[in-house]
Design a protein around this ligand. Structure first.
Ligand SMILES: [Zn+2]
Length: 346
C-alpha cells in the first residue's frame, strides 16, 4: 500500500510539473483527487488493510495527498503568472500614445503680459491690488466724494458689512476701477512714479456686446516734475500702436473725469466693422479704449504730494475691449464663455 502511494505521488508530480495550461491542471486534479480519482480510489482501500498497517499507511496517504495538492497549487500560480507576463509583453510600446489635453494661455492673460512688456520697455513697473476695495480708495481719494454725480456712471457692487462693527455700511465694495491703486501706490512711493495695475473690475451694469459686469482694465499713471499733456498723448500713441499695430487709427476727445483735469478720451477705429458702424461700436465706427487725463491736484493732496512741484497723468486701458478689438470679436461676452470651440481658436 505504501509503495503504491509513493508511486502514485511520483506519477502525479511528474504530470503536474509538465503541465503548461490551467486546463491540464484541472484535468490532473480530477484524475487524482476527484471522486473516482486514483488517490481517492486508493484511500478507499485503507479500511480494508490489516490493523497493524493502518496507522502508517494512513499517515503516508495524508502526506501524499498534501504534497499533490500543494504542487497543484504552486503550478497553478506559476502558469497564471506566466500568462500575465506574456500579456504584458504583448503591449506594443512603439504605438503613439494619446496626447493629454493641455490648456493654453487665455487671450486676456496673453494681452496682460503684452501690456506689461510694452510699459516695462518705457520704464513702468507693474503692481497688483485688491479686488475688494474700500470706498475711500476707489472713490474719495480720487476726488469723487460721496455725493459726486460721477458715481452714477460706475454702478457699484456693495459688500454686506452691516454686522461688521469696525466698518461703516457701504464702505467695502468690489472695485469699479483699477484706479483705486493710484492712491495706494502714491501713499507708499515718492515721485518719480511710473506704475501700471492690470486687474479685474466689477460694475452693476446691463450686460451687452461691449459691456460686462466684470471686465479687465489696466490702470496706469506717471508722476514726476514737468510732466505734460503731450507726454500723455505720446504714451497713449506709442503703447496702443505697439499693442494693436502701427496702422490703427486713433482720435482724442475732451472729456470729464473727477480725478483728472483736463480729461482725455481715446478712441480707436472699430476693427470689427472697420469704421462702418456695428453693434460693438454702437454704430459710431469708433470704440472708447483708453480714457486718460492729467491727474487732478486734489488727488495729489490726498496722498501728500505737492501739486505745485509735481504733475502727472493717469490712463485706463479697457483691456477686455482691447482683446475683442484685436481679434475682431463682435461680443465682449465671448471672452468669458466656457465653450471650448471659442477659446481653442486662440
Ligand atoms: Zn464697429
Amino acid at each position: 500500500m505504501q509503495e503504491e502511494l509513493l508511486q502514485l505521488k511520483n506519477d502525479a508530480l511528474f504530470l503536474i510539473l509538465e503541465t503548461e495550461t490551467l486546463d491540464a491542471i484541472n484535468k490532473i486534479t480530477i484524475q487524482f483527487l476527484g471522486r473516482n480519482g486514483k488517490l481517492t480510489t486508493l484511500l478507499k482501500k485503507l479500511p480494508l488493510l490489516p490493523p497493524e498497517e493502518k496507522p502508517l499507511s494512513g499517515r503516508v496517504a495524508n502526506e501524499v495527498k498534501k504534497i499533490i495538492e500543494e504542487t497543484l497549487n504552486s503550478q497553478r500560480s506559476k502558469i497564471t503568472n506566466q500568462k500575465f507576463i506574456q500579456k504584458q509583453e504583448k503591449i506594443d510600446t512603439t504605438v503613439l500614445g494619446i496626447p493629454p489635453k493641455i490648456g493654453h494661455i487665455h487671450p486676456i492673460t496673453q494681452m496682460i503680459s503684452e501690456v506689461i512688456d510694452v510699459f516695462k520697455s518705457i520704464g513702468y513697473q507693474a503692481a497688483d491690488g485688491p479686488e475688494i476695495e474700500t470706498d475711500y480708495y476707489n472713490f474719495e481719494a480720487l476726488n469723487i466724494p460721496k455725493d459726486h454725480p460721477s458715481r452714477d456712471t460706475q454702478m457699484t457692487f456693495y459688500l454686506e458689512t452691516k454686522d461688521v462693527e469696525t466698518t461703516t455700511p457701504g464702505e467695502i465694495i468690489l472695485r469699479t476701477q483699477t484706479s483705486g491703486m493710484q492712491a495706494r501706490v502714491m501713499e507708499k512711493m515718492k515721485p518719480p512714479v511710473r506704475v501700471i495695475v492690470p486687474g479685474k473690475v466689477y460694475r452693476y451694469e446691463q450686460v451687452d456686446a461691449s459691456h460686462g459686469f466684470e471686465f479687465w482694465q489696466v490702470e496706469g499713471f506717471c508722476v514726476d516734475r514737468h510732466i505734460r499733456l503731450t507726454d500723455l498723448f505720446g504714451t497713449i500713441d506709442f503703447t496702443l500702436r505697439k499693442l494693436m499695430g502701427e496702422d490703427i487709427e486713433l482720435k482724442f476727445a475732451t472729456t470729464n473725469f473727477p480725478f483728472v483735469e483736463p480729461g482725455v478720451d481715446t478712441y480707436i477705429k472699430c476693427t470689427v466693422c472697420k469704421g462702418q458702424g456695428c453693434s460693438f461700436c454702437k454704430m459710431s465706427g469708433w470704440s472708447e479704449i483708453m480714457p486718460a487725463g492729467m491727474i487732478h491736484p486734489n488727488v495729489f493732496n490726498s496722498v501728500g504730494y505737492n501739486s505745485d512741484e509735481y504733475s502727472g497723468f493717469a490712463f485706463c486701458i479697457g483691456l477686455s475691449r482691447l482683446v475683442t478689438l484685436r481679434y475682431q470679436m463682435n461680443d465682449l461676452r465671448l471672452l468669458s464663455n466656457p465653450d471650448l470651440r471659442i477659446i481653442n481658436q486662440f
